[in-house]
Design a protein around this ligand. Structure first.
Ligand SMILES: Cc1ncc(COP(=O)(O)O)c(C=O)c1O
Length: 499
């Protein structure tokens, strides 16, 4: 008979004879419990392991640990195939802004599927939802935008940004100006060009990335990279000077663009230091470097402003949007381009006869209809203002974690936070990455009924749906505190702490 039993692995705890159920995190290095029995995966989990190639997962340990299989979602909560409830502390992957089970979004998708399930935008064809969505995005854009190009993911959108910058500079008669500068620890996606923009080793190693012409400047993480005694403002000045040196070294006539997330997400939830973006922008303007704002996580309210750039003083020329654009109910992303870029593309069309870029699902009508409804809900429910109102409570609870013996830095902005765990608070000594402390902490959180994400550098990220209530914010941090306490006990037992 098929069993739908627990996807947990039966193991014996190291300290004693008691049988415990353990499901190690699979996205990062996970500490390996002593396995005394063969993995007892549920039928569904076994089928998963047999068939599904999981993104961003430790594929070597997955067959032993099995997947966490989610079945349902309600508001800010998700329920697994065993009926366990979790507070979705990561809004999925920084994306389910309006939570689960929003009937208006479901209705918008259903109605559009009934009316016109598919139509494309190639060769000048169009449809209502794409037009309405482009209009709305132009209306709320923080900088002047001429047109919106649609795609289905943040990676596709950032790949498009790279191609459009190259295309524009060819059209403008400066074919040498093609290099793009990103930052160490940035995350911009995983397709060939967007993974190259990403500044994380796991996304490059053995993929033969980054491609040539993509450069990475310093990471603006004050806690980790400031010199002793350096103020935040001085740190920003130094980073801007480093960017300028890089541009001068490469040759300003070869550097086309700079791309940045307002708050760096997957790199560790890194909030820019004081003065950072104004100083960086000054350098970019000086050398005519086109600025791209990757709003994939920060866009649509995450930082308490409609776009993250507004919260951190960044004014770029083009924007990448995705994730919360449809509250993740359906994939859709966009590249919002200024007139100067658009006109260059028109010139190329005159020359070549076509703008030769686009996806089958560019502006998919169902996705566009859901996005239109999502933006309508953000406006009607004053979601961004509500985030700004809830953010102080969220940030206060986050800051409190900085007093925890395991926490080196607790940082964040709006409704996003990162908790960096260290082996020694005084010296900021990190844990040995092989010990998988972040993965272990995330597993404890999961056992406490909270989903968080371990990021490189043993940082746990929290990024709940924007509709989280004040009570749920407290619940989130109560559970996270318990998970940190358990991680501390475990780290002590495993002798991972420095002192
Ligand atoms: C800032 C940023 N840009 C781009 C991406 C890539 O988006 P996708 O996973 O939809 O390709 C992500 C994904 O997390 C992101 O955080």
């Amino acid at each position: 008979m098929c069993s739908t039993r627990t996807p947990y692995l039966v193991t014996r705890a190291r300290a004693g004879p008691r049988l415990t159920f353990v499901r190690a995190q699979t996205t990062m290095l996970a500490p390996k419990p002593e396995v005394l029995a063969m993995p007892q995966l549920s039928n569904l989990a076994a089928r998963d392991v047999e068939t599904v190639l999981h993104p961003n997962t430790n594929l070597a340990t997955l067959p032993e640990t099995g997947p966490l299989i989610l079945e349902r979602g309600e508001g800010c909560w998700v329920i697994d195939s065993e009926g366990r409830r979790y507070l979705e502390g990561m809004a999925g992957l920084w994306c389910t802004a309006l939570g689960y089970g929003n009937e208006e979004l479901i209705e918008a998708a259903t109605a559009q599927m009934r009316k016109l399930a598919y139509a494309h935008l190639f060769g000048g064809r169009s449809h209502d939802p794409a037009i309405e969505l482009a209009e709305k995005l132009k209306e709320i854009a923080p900088v002047p935008i001429s047109k919106v190009f649609f795609c289905s993911s943040g990676s596709e959108a950032n790949d498009t940004q790279v191609k459009l910058v190259w295309y524009m500079n060819n059209a403008l008669g400066r074919p040498r100006k093609k290099k793009i500068i990103s930052r160490l620890k940035a995350y911009h996606g995983v397709t060939v060009a967007s993974a190259s923009l990403t500044g994380l080793p796991n996304n490059h190693t053995d993929f033969d990335l980054p491609i040539s012409g993509i450069l990475h400047t310093s990471c603006p993480h004050y806690y980790r990279f400031a010199e002793p005694g350096e103020s935040e403002d001085d740190f920003s000045t130094r980073l801007a000077a480093e960017l300028e040196q890089l541009i001068l070294r490469e040759g300003p006539d070869t550097v086309a663009a700079f791309i940045a997330e307002p708050v760096m997400g997957a790199g560790g939830v890194l909030v820019p230091p004081k003065g950072y973006f104004p100083k960086i922008m000054e350098v970019c303007r000086k050398y005519d470097v086109f600025m791209i704002d990757d709003e994939v996580i920060c866009g649509f309210g995450r930082l308490g402003t409609m776009f993250g750039a507004e919260a951190v003083g960044y004014e770029a020329q083009s924007l990448t949007v995705a994730k919360a654009l449809s509250s993740a109910y359906i994939p859709i992303a966009g590249v919002m381009v200024p007139e100067v870029m658009y006109q260059a593309m028109v010139d190329e069309s005159r020359k070549i006869g076509v703008f030769g870029h686009g996806f089958t699902y560019s502006g998919h009508p169902v996705a566009a209809a859901v996005a239109v409804k999502t933006l309508e809900i953000y406006a009607r429910e004053r979601i961004v203002e509500k985030v700004a109102a809830k953010a102080p409570r969220f940030q206060a609870r986050l800051s409190r974690l900085a007093d925890h013996p395991l926490v080196g830095e607790a940082r964040g902005l709006g409704l996003v936070g990162g908790v960096e765990m260290v082996a020694d608070k005084a010296t900021k000594q990190p844990f040995d990455p092989k010990k998988g402390v972040g993965a272990q902490a995330s597993r404890f959180a999961e056992e406490e009924g909270l989903l968080v994400r371990p990021l490189p550098g043993d940082t746990l990220s929290v990024c709940p749906p924007l509709v989280i209530s004040e009570g749920e914010i407290d619940e989130l941090f109560d559970r996270l505190e318990r998970a940190l306490d358990r991680t501390l006990d475990w780290a002590r037992r495993e002798r991972l702490l420095a002192a």
